[in-house]
Design a protein around this ligand. Structure first.
Ligand SMILES: Nc1ncnc2c1ncn2[C@@H]1O[C@H](COP(=O)(O)OP(=O)(O)OP(=O)(O)O)[C@@H](O)[C@H]1O
Length: 566
C-alpha cells in the first residue's frame, strides 16, 4: 500500500511530532534511571557503602519524578491537540476531494460509506499517528535501554530475558492474525449500520404508510446484532493480547527471581543489583504490552488508510484552474453526434444531434427512461459524453471551467432539494448575501409570494428538513424562485411544475412568458400547460436494444432542419 498521499497530513505537523517525541524520549530516559536509583537505594539501606546515602538518593529522586510528570503532561497534551488538528485536516482533505468528485461517484455508493470516511476513518488514522506511531520510538528506547542496563548488571540474566522475545513475537503474530479481518469487517458493518439508518430516516414517511415498522426493526436488529458480534470479537482479541504478553512477561520475571536468588545465594549477585534487575525487567515488559495494543491499532489503521486512499485515487471532475471561463452566453445549445451511456448501463444517447436556438423555449417529451434528464445531465457536464461534443454559443463545454458553465444553467428539478432553514435562506441559497428585496422579487416571479406571506413568519419561517413543513407544490415554487434569483441565460424546468395545481401552473406559465422571452428554456414535461408555452416540442424515443431509436421528433411547427445530423 502506497501511503504517500497520507504523509501530506503529517508534514505540516513535523515540528510538533518531533517535540512530542522528544518529550516521550525524555520521559522514557527518566524511567530508565529509576531502577538504577532503586538499586543504589537498596545498597544504601543495606549499609553497603555507596557514593550517596538514603536521604541524598531520595532528594535526587524527587525532581526526577516532578520532571517526568511535566514531560508526561506535555506529551499527552501535545499528542491530543496534534491528533485533533490532523483529524480536522484529514477530514478537510477528504471533504475537498469528495466535493471534486463527479455525481456518478455518489450514485454508485451508499451515503453511510461516505459518512464513515469523514467521521471515522480520518480519526482512526490521525489518532494512530499521534498516539501510536510517535510512541513507538520511546517504547523501543525503554526496551533497549532496560536490556542494556540489565546486560551491564548481569549479562547471563539479561540474555535469558532476551531469549523470551521470540515467544512474545509468536503470541502477537498468532493472535494478531485474527485481528485484521475482524477490524475490517467491523468498519464495514459500522458503515452498513449508518447507511441503513440514513436510508431509514429518509424513508420514514413510506415506512409509516406501508406499516413497515416491524420489518424495519428486525432489519435494524440484524445489522445491530452483527455489528455487536464483530465488536465483541474485536474486543476479545484486543483484550486477550496484552494479558497473554503480560503473562509471558510475568513468567519471565519469575524465572528472573529464581535465577537471581540462586545467584545471590552463590554470591554472584548483590541484592541491590537484584532489585535493579527486577525493576528493569518490569520496565521491559511495559513496551511489550503496549506493542500488543499497537498491533490491533495498526490493523485498524491500515484498513482506514486503504479506504481513504481509494477515495483519494477516485478521478475528480476537471479542475477549473487553467480552463477558460465561459463568457456570458446567449444560450445557443448544440449536441453534436453525442453518444452516452451510464457506467455499466445501456446506451442512452447514440450519435444524437440536437440544436436549440438562443432564446427558444423547447419542451422535451417522451416515455420514461428515454433520456430527457440525461440530456440536461450532460449539458451541465455532470458527465462527459463518450463520443461527440456539446456546444453552447459555439463553445465546447469541455473546454471551459465547470463553475462558469453551471452558473449559467439554472435547473429546477422535480425532486426539490431544500435545506433546513428559513424560506429566505432557501431562496438565497444559490446567491448567498443577496438582499431581501431580490429574494422577494424572485418569489414573486415564481408566484410563491402569496403562500409565503401566509406562513407564520413569512420569509423567516423555518421549513424543516427538505422543506417537510411545506406542500409539494410550495417546495417546487421555492425551488423555482431560488433558480430564478440566479437569472440564468439557460433555464431548465425538469418536471418542475409537476406538483403545481393546474390553475397555478397555467398562471405561472402565463406570468413566465416575459421571463422566458430573453433566455433559452428547456422544459421536460408532459403537462399541456407547459407544452403550450413551448416554441417547439421534441419527442425523445428511447434507444432500442439494437442501438436504434433515440431520435428527436419535432412537432408544433418545429424546423426539421434543426434535427438533422450535422
Ligand atoms: N445514474 C444512473 N446510472 C445508471 N443509469 C441511469 C442513471 N440515471 C438514469 N439512468 C438510465 O438512463 C436512462 C435514461 O434516464 P433519464 O432519467 O434520462 O430518462 P427520462 O427520459 O428523464 O425519464 P423520466 O421521464 O422517467 O424522468 C434510463 O434507462 C435510466 O435507467
Amino acid at each position: 500500500m502506497n501511503l504517500t498521499p497520507l504523509l501530506g497530513i503529517i508534514t505540516p505537523h513535523r515540528r510538533v511530532l518531533y517535540a512530542i517525541l522528544a518529550l516521550m524520549l525524555a520521559s522514557a530516559g527518566l524511567n530508565l534511571l529509576q531502577p538504577w536509583l532503586a538499586g543504589k537505594l537498596t545498597e544504601a539501606v543495606l549499609g553497603n557503602t555507596g557514593a550517596w546515602n538514603v536521604q541524598q538518593l531520595l532528594l535526587l529522586w524527587l525532581p526526577l519524578l516532578a520532571l517526568r510528570a511535566i514531560f508526561e503532561f506535555g506529551s499527552r497534551y501535545r499528542t491530543g491537540s496534534a491528533g485533533e488538528e490532523m483529524s480536522a485536516q484529514l477530514r478537510l482533505r477528504v471533504f475537498q476531494h469528495l466535493q471534486a468528485l463527479p455525481l456518478s461517484y455518489y450514485q454508485q455508493r451508499r451515503k453511510g460509506e461516505v459518512l464513515t470516511l469523514l467521521g471515522k476513518d480520518a480519526d482512526i488514522i490521525s489518532h494512530f499517528v499521534t498516539s501510536t506511531l510517535v510512541s513507538l520510538l520511546p517504547l523501543a528506547l525503554t526496551f533497549i535501554g532496560a536490556l542494556v542496563m540489565m546486560l551491564f548488571i548481569d549479562p547471563l540474566i539479561a540474555l535469558l530475558a532476551a531469549l523470551l522475545l521470540p515467544l512474545y513475537y509468536l503470541a502477537m503474530k498468532l493472535l494478531g492474525r485474527h485481528i485484521r479481518p475482524v477490524s475490517r469487517a467491523w468498519v464495514s458493518a459500522y458503515s452498513d449500520l449508518i447507511s441503513f439508518f440514513e436510508q431509514h430516516l429518509s424513508m420514514k414517511p413510506a415506512v409509516k404508510s406501508f406499516a413497515r415498522e416491524e420489518l424495519e426493526e428486525s432489519r435494524f436488529m440484524t445489522h445491530n446484532q452483527y455489528f455487536l458480534s464483530l465488536a465483541r470479537r474485536q474486543l476479545l482479541l484486543e483484550a486477550l493480547l496484552p494479558p497473554v504478553i503480560g503473562l509471558l512477561a510475568g513468567l519471565g520475571l519469575l524465572l528472573l527471581l529464581w535465577l537471581g536468588s540462586a545467584r545471590i545465594e552463590a554470591g554472584q549477585l548483590s541484592p541491590a543489583n537484584m532489585v535493579s534487575l527486577l525493576l528493569y525487567a518490569m520496565l521491559m515488559s511495559q513496551p511489550l504490552r503496549s506493542l500488543a495494543n499497537v498491533y490491533g491499532q495498526v490493523q485498524q489503521t491500515l484498513g482506514a488508510a486503504e479506504r481513504i486512499l481509494q477515495l483519494l485515487a477516485e478521478q475528480p471532475e476537471p479542475d477549473d484552474r487553467g480552463l477558460a471561463v465561459l463568457p456570458p452566453v446567449r444560450g445557443d445549445i448544440l449536441f453534436d453526434q453525442v453518444y452516452f451511456r451510464y457506467p455499466q448501463g445501456k446506451p442512452v444517447l447514440v450519435n444524437r444531434n440536437l440544436h436549440i436556438r438562443a432564446g427558444e423555449t423547447v419542451a422535451l417529451v417522451g416515455p420514461n427512461g428515454a433520456g430527457k434528464s440525461t440530456i440536461v445531465f450532460l449539458l451541465q457536464r455532470m458527465a462527459d459524453p463518450d463520443q461527440g461534443r456539446i456546444l453552447i454559443d459555439n463553445i465546447d463545454i469541455a473546454s471551459v471551467s465547470l463553475s462558469s458553465l453551471r452558473r449559467q444553467i439554472g435547473l429546477v428539478a422535480q425532486h426539490t432539494l431544500l435545506v433546513n432553514g428559513s424560506v429566505a435562506d432557501n431562496i438565497a441559497w444559490g446567491c448567498p448575501g443577496v438582499d431581501k428585496s431580490a429574494i422577494e422579487a424572485a418569489a414573486r416571479k415564481a408566484m410563491a409570494d402569496g403562500f409565503i406571506a401566509a406562513l407564520p413568519e413569512a420569509y423567516d419561517t423555518l421549513i424543516g428538513d427538505q422543506g417537510i413543513k411545506l406542500s409539494g407544490g410550495q417546495r417546487q415554487r421555492i425551488s423555482l424562485a431560488r433558480t430564478l434569483l440566479l437569472d440564468p441565460p439557460i433555464l431548465i424546468l425538469d418536471e418542475a411544475t409537476a406538483m403545481f395545481d393546474p390553475e397555478g401552473e397555467a398562471d405561472l406559465f402565463e406570468a413566465c412568458r416575459q421571463l422566458m422571452a430573453d433566455r433559452t428554456v428547456i422544459i421536460i414535461t408532459h403537462r399541456p400547460a407547459a407544452l403550450a408555452l413551448a416554441d417547439r416540442v421534441l419527442t425523445i424515443e428511447p434507444v432500442t436494444d439494437n442501438g436504434h431509436g433515440g431520435t428527436f421528433n419535432a412537432r408544433a411547427g418545429a424546423d426539421q432542419d434543426l434535427l438533422q445530423p450535422l
